[in-house]
Ligand binder design. Sequence first.
Ligand code: NCD
Ligand code: ZN
Length: 360
Amino acid sequence: MKNELILTRPDDMHLHLRDGDILAAVASYSSRDFGRAIIMPNLVPPVTTVNAALAYRDRVMAVVPATDDFTPMMTLYLTEATNPEEIARGFASGAVKAVKLYPAGATTNSEGGVRDIKKVMPVLEKMAEIGMPLLVHGEVTDPEIDIFDREAVFIDRVLDPVRRALPELRVVMEHVTTKNGVDYVKSADRGLVATLTTHHLILNRNAILAGGIRPHYYCLPVLKREKHRLALRAAAVSADPRFFLGTDSAPHPIFAKESPCGCAGMFTSINTMPILATVFEQEGKLGQLETFTSLNGAAFYGIAPNSAKIRLVKRTRPQIWPNRISAGPDEIMVFDPGFPVFWDLDRHKRPATLQKEATS
Ligand code: NCD
Ligand code: ZN
């Protein structure tokens, strides 16, 4: 049985770092384990301009330890007032990698998002022309649509028509949660990929509701039925270049989750890599972990894989993480996968040494 794994340092292609105390509390968990991350723009107020994205990048880098080799890849929040020239300027500068579409009201801080997709067509046309990726929160917000069906309906009502109108547009279906989403991505021969989160590979909707209501397993898009979880797992371990890791690590203070109207999101960046090694091992596909976490995402964004390596070691005892971390006056719950995790990321060896070992 394999008990050591050396792989290219991974990237997290969908990450919420927040701002202020929470940013200061969580950033180093991403920067220690990931080379790059696509940083979500759903702050208050949202990151809608290139200057705001650059200022946010500076705030991120100010709290990343100087010894960590970490690059935040910034995104802009699409609104019905977004100027096509502004996003093109950001993309040309190299600082802004993508634009994020939140249907208004779909999730945390999405109120400034898009109500009528027709209003943003000039921006999407510009993005198709310059090859700038559109990152999609793929859920309709129509109150008549059941929350468990909102991803499938979004594909039919919004995403497919947009892709037909703009076949050159490069789209990432963020945090795909259904078999419908996986099948839709697989049906596209170009211009469509998907990120998969850690938690959707592990949990189905029973985790939120069976035996008691568990707000720390509430996220958006909401966890789905078991058949969907199995489809996501199959896609993750398949080595299909259209699927890659975006943790969607989304920290909220515990009080905001344990509330009559709790916030959506789980904080997973702290333990994602050991957990994913366990998932891939359970699937008998440890050899595909690197493709999913370190190669496919970079290829989509047109960047070389990180040159550093990481080493995962299987220990004889399960890993123990803090069950919560402090963030200013508040605390954030750490994701509990619900099974023992024997894999551990060995952070004691210098990446340069590992690089030599891996290539010799
Ligand atoms: C995210 C957040 O809190 O910002 N929440 C979540 O459950 N994933 C927003 C999002 O990605 O939908
Ligand atoms: Zn997210």
